[in-house]
Design a protein around this ligand. Structure first.
Ligand code: FES
Length: 246
């Protein structure tokens, strides 16, 4: 345990001072924390409730495959702490009996995990082709201008973190911004400004399409499912052989 901590002692310096590893990231990191202070101030331990959750998650995997619980455990740690300090990486590694570096590599790979402190609202703007065709560049510029942030930066008051990201699987509703766990879709510049001002005043508006759609139905009206669907079992009785009377 102590040897592991010693080996990890150098990691925060590397993790926290390195630029965020995201293909679209161009800005310098804002957080340059000192490793010693980090250990003093940001000790991590699962609280009682999350410890039980973590143990349950681990118990759902057979012993040789317990590393399967790695992603849910990292998520749990991040939800408890807000981001993943190196001490949380260590705690997860100990629970799963994995090398801390393996856990760190996984956390570093997925953009959903934050290895640095982030703002209360983490905004991820999709910059992949379908959203681009629907005007995400304008949405991005609006976010930059309103929040006065560049890619990867966090506001001084720790309210916002802004990042450009890749497809989030809601292409049919592009352009899309993810705010923490929720997706805000069908955005244009006025709707983005409205969303940002709501977030600035601490309000988390309802997620989903922000314009004239309920979900992802075509704007021009339905093109299929135009009639009432037949009831369950439709056509089955005609196809099956007639039952013989007893
Ligand atoms: S391209 Fe933006 S959500 Fe898929």
């Amino acid at each position: 345990m102590f040897a592991n901590l010693l080996r990890l002692y150098q990691l925060p310096r590397l993790v926290l001072q390195a630029p965020p590893i995201r293909a679209l990231s161009t800005s310098e990191p804002r957080f340059k924390l000192d490793a010693c202070n980090l250990y003093e101030k940001l000790k991590f331990e699962f609280d009682e409730e999350n410890k039980k959750r973590a143990e349950f998650l681990i118990s759902t995997y057979p012993e040789p495959e317990r590393r399967g619980a790695l992603l849910p455990l990292l998520d749990l740690a991040q939800r408890q702490h807000g981001w993943l300090p190196i001490t949380a990486i260590q705690a997860v590694a100990e629970m799963l009996k994995l090398e801390p570096f393996v856990v760190w590599e996984v956390a570093n790979f997925y953009t959903m995990f934050n290895l640095r402190p982030i703002g209360m609202f983490r905004l991820k703007v999709c910059m992949t082709t379908p959203c681009r065709l629907r005007g995400c560049d304008e949405i991005w510029r609006t976010c930059e201008n309103v929040l006065k942030l560049k890619d990867g930066e966090t506001s001084k008051d720790m309210q916002f973190t802004l990042t450009a990201t890749y497809c989030m699987g809601a292409c049919v509703n592009g352009p899309v911004i993810a705010v923490n766990d929720d997706l805000y879709e069908d955005l244009d510049v006025p709707e983005t400004e409205k969303l940002l001002s709501e977030l600035k005043s601490g309000i988390m508006p309802p997620a989903g399409p922000r314009r004239d759609r309920f979900a992802s139905e075509p704007r021009s009206g339905l093109t299929s499912l135009l009639t009432e669907p037949p009831s369950a079992g439709f056509g089955m009785q005609e196809l099956s052989p007639k039952a013989k009377p007893c």
